[in-house]
Design a protein. Structure first.
Lengths: 313, 105
């Protein structure tokens, strides 16, 4: 049973009440809100997610709730609640959807510390994972979305998850967060993408989210072997450049971007070594999406779905 | 005895190593820090795991081990010693005995 099988009224009531338990790869997340304006975006972005059992204990319980008007008389506000406790400052209610997605990401970044959590977008093809790591604005999500539109499986937009002692990436296919120019870029590059409402005026500017393809959600229990580590860097007007990065450098850069590398101690080190071990590592610099794809094309098949179709025909 | 100090690993240090293409990463369990080292740096740190050494002796031994020109290694070792000291992996060996032996894993 998936979210889209729930009648809208049932979904609204369950969100307003105990919340809905969603399976996302290895995690069980419970989402809830009594903001009616979030029901349709949740129905849209999470349509294909399997519903968990109401009795299962979730990895986290995230809610966005309205702030009483007397506490915020100037403008309607909302706040985030995780596992029954308020987290973060309240915010304008018009920002509820990006804040809802942000608090879900925050939970994913901070809760499942039984895994090594890399701050990365991850896509997969043929059982092999491509890890995109970089600072915000580097182009990770945009490039990940473009690869997904070309047949790669969305593994995760924000976190590369590995169980210590294992060499396998675990999938966590959550909506892809896009901002500003990237939204229209992906709309034109991937006309069939389902993109949720755009929210202007956030700290990052305009924000919108791409619904993960149903196939990526359905295959969220299938791991991948890390094969490529890529550090993208978007620079307006840049000449495209692909530079090989040593595994030692890649390990340090991934460790700096990881959420809990230090917390895991030597287990984190060994796990990250094992991830890097089997990977070719690159830094790519680009000024456009087509250049970014050309950079990736220099070491990986960008259109695996088209290749497969050619073989079949 | 010369004026240059004997250098030793910070007492109790435990290291975890990985090498790729003659480049090394070492995880220092005590601080939780990870460092990248070239072949000279790795050889020096491993040599100090066996016991204290003066930089001149360290340079000579490593030049022999890696078949590198002694002068080049000596200069690299001076810079390396300063860096390893800065990041707290080594310290001048005093008169006191190290209560805990350092090690690698």
């Amino acid at each position: 049973m998936t979210v889209k099988t729930l009648p809208r009224q049932d979904l609204a009531e369950r969100l307003r009440g105990p919340g809905i338990p969603l399976r996302c790869g290895a995690l069980l997340m419970r989402l809830g809100t009594s903001l009616p304006e979030l029901v349709d975006p949740i129905a849209l972005l999470y349509a294909d997610y399997p519903l968990g059992d109401d009795n299962d204990v979730p990895d986290f319980d995230a809610r966005v709730e309205p702030v009483p008007r007397w506490r915020s008389p100037l403008h309607p506000s909302a706040s985030t609640v995780v596992d029954g406790r308020a987290v973060f400052d309240s915010f304008r209610r018009s920002q509820a959807l990006p804040m809802f997605e942000w608090v879900m990401n925050w939970c994913v970044f901070t809760r499942p510390n039984q895994y090594l959590l890399l701050h990365s977008a991850v896509v997969e093809t043929g059982g092999l994972g491509l890890v995109l790591s970089g600072d915000p604005g580097a182009g990770k999500s945009t490039l990940a979305a473009a690869l997904v539109s070309r047949g790669w499986r969305l593994f995760s937009d924000e976190v590369g998850m590995i169980r210590p002692g294992s060499r396998q990436l675990l999938a966590l296919p959550r909506p892809i967060g896009l901002k500003n120019d990237s939204i229209d870029l992906i709309r034109s590059d991937w006309p069939l993408a389902t993109i949720g409402p755009s929210t202007p005026g956030t700290r990052k500017g305009i924000v919108a989210h791409v619904r993960p393809p149903a196939d990526s959600v359905a295959r969220a229990d299938q791991p991948a072997t890390p094969r490529w580590i890529v550090f993208p860097r978007f620079e307006a007007g840049a000449t495209p450049e692909v530079r090989r990065v040593s595994r030692a450098e890649a390990l340090l850069r991934l460790g700096e971007q990881a959420f809990n590398y230090s917390m895991l101690g030597d287990a984190g080190f060994r796990t990250l070594c094992d991830v890097v071990d089997g990977c070719d590592c690159y830094q790519i610099r680009f000024g456009s999406l087509s250049d970014a794809l050309a950079c990736v094309r220099s070491f990986a098949e960008v259109e695996p779905a088209l290749s497969a179709a050619n073989v079949l025909s | 005895m010369g004026s240059s100090p004997n250098w030793r690993l910070t007492p109790g240090s435990i290291f975890h190593w990985r090498e790729w293409d003659h480049e090394f990463v070492v995880y220092h369990e005590n601080s939780g820090d990870t460092h990248r080292l070239n072949a000279i740096g790795a050889a020096a740190l491993r040599r100090l795991t066996a016991g204290p050494a003066q930089s001149e002796d360290l340079a000579r031994e490593i030049a022999d081990e890696l078949s590198r020109p002694p002068l080049d290694v000596a200069q690299a070792i001076d810079e390396l010693i300063a860096r390893l000291h800065d990041i707290g992996l080594i310290e001048p060996a005093g008169d006191s005995q190290d209560p805990a032996s350092p090690g690698s894993r």
